[in-house]
Design a protein around this ligand. Sequence first.
Ligand code: PRX
Length: 667
Amino acid sequence: MPDESSERESGDDTESALEARLAAGETYEPPASFVEQANVSDPGIYDDFEENWPDCWEQAADLVSWFDEYDTVLEDEDAPFYRWFTGGTLNASYNCLDRHVEDGAKNRAAIKWEGELGETRTYTYGDLLNEVEAFAAALQELGVEEDDVVTLYMPMIPELPIAMLACARIGAPHSVVFAGFSADALATRMNAAESEYLVTCDGYYRRGDPLNHKEKADKGLRGVDHDVETVVVDRLGDELEHFLGANAHDYDELVSDHAGASVEPVERDAEDMLFLMYTSGTTGQPKGVKHTTGGYLSYAAWTSHAVLDVKPEDTYWCAADIGWITGHSYIVYGPLTLGTTTMMYEGTPDYPDKDRLWELIETNTVDIFYTAPTAIRAFMKWGTGYPDAHDLSSLRLLGTVGEPINPRAWTWYYEHIGGESCPVVDTWWQTETGGMMITTLPGIGEMKPGSAGPPLPGIDAKIVDAAGEEVGAGNAGYLTVQNPWPGMLRTLYNNDDRFLNEYWQEYSDPDADEWVYFPEDGAKIDEDGSITVLGRVDDVINVSGHRLGTMEIESAIVGVEGVAEAAVVGGDHEVKGQAVYAYVILEDGQEATDGMHDRIVEGVEDSIGPIARPEEVLFTPELPKTRSGKIMRRLLEDIASGEELGDTSTLRNPEIVEEIADQVGEN
Ligand code: PRX
């Protein structure tokens, strides 16, 4: 690594230039060389989509191969239960694999994987198809039938996308549970989806150490209320011995037993479920977001094409985890549908050193890189010496997702990773939207650091006030989407009522059959139509780009013996964006000891996972409450963020606010 002085010097230099550009509110044009080769570069696309809506979405559907052509682009009779590309049939695995092999791309790399210890594996499209077929045959032999939900609980190993595609091939929806989630979280999701099949692994590496994953999976299975057939991938070999109990099968054995199998891709109706993805909401119960085959796949492919500019000859890297929607849409389904080479990295960005990602970009000559602002803030903290030590000139485009990116982080990314020659797309979207919704098109739009940009062509996003009236430029309001789009969720699994209540109640007018989607984000819009997303307006917080429900964390804390009440809020955090702050009231006679603190942290880790671990646990005799008994979360957020405290005059117990704030100051 370069010495510290050069690091500091370059940091200082950049800072003054950067400050000046930011202060001038400068926008950034995409480089002409990028525009020239961009998949989408005609500004007329916005008008074109508006004038031809909803038929404009045929452009997305054209990126996938259909067995039977669809009859209708959009059916809205049962709105907001919209149906897209009805009458069409297709298979996602066929689209991601067979058709590229048939087109002569058998030997092109589909997945380039790197393990944390530096081992690499490359799957060509031909290899991937073979293994997917073998595993699909094995799943069928285990009894998996069309429409059975298969749960996948794996870290970033190639067997995860292989299992996803094998499920898609036989028409069995998958439900991927992020490997960092706890045993309890796995059990909750398997029970909710009535999932009778689980694919997991023995373990994986984290910062060089083998981590036992199977232990967690086994514990989770003990909480599942029905029988489960399990498949276990042997990731760690001799490093970690594991035993297979009853109803458990070894992945490698299954694949070798079915080597050479030919499994026809099942013809799925466009509206048939491709997968379920559980995400956090306002209540303690995670929501099972249902995505379909035709609309979702078309939308993932279209946005990968138009926004990420993916081309078959690219090496493309989305450094997310497949356990979240970003990985589903932009590591697996979008890029593979387009026939490109998609990268996967198992480990953390700072192992063995803080230049791991830059080294991977250099050695793999990565063209497109997509990550989260929380990662960029960490890179900034580590210093420019790490990226400067590598040749990153292969990069053509950069992207961010998951949370608002502050202009300083945006500009740092643009300068130090993109070398001022790559457009940066700040993409706003959600698990529910299936794909990107608000972002500049990199071959067309001017970029404004900190602002995601305009809605994509065909997307009608508006910022409204509480009464649903559009707010003027510069004013904050609520983000809404006024028309449907192909990648949208179709419902919440087994819970149409909650689907209607959560997303379609606030600003819709059912009597007039007017449906407005409410994503529960605040935002503001500039004169030029560029949207800055401000963050969630519900009880969901965003920790390192991971979406967590405060209610879920609260119920985990209240489940700890001796705790009477808890309130969880997000406080500002330099790197994580937000961090979990837990305010806890103990039962009479209980003491606020270190032991109690640790039990609370453990309780959260057991119930959700380490990502939800509280940054601070603050013991307090009372919570600030209004006279009607409502907890004033806003004040708790102010305390956590170290901000000036808002109005306390409506409180029943205003004195408690100072008391808690003092405690935070001491910690
Ligand atoms: O608050 C928004 C924030 O992340 C939420 C969605 O989280 P999740 O469903 O986990 O999906 C994350 C990956 C798509 C949104 O409601 N969010 C996501 N992207 C951005 C963002 N906030 C600001 N700017 C973004 N680019």
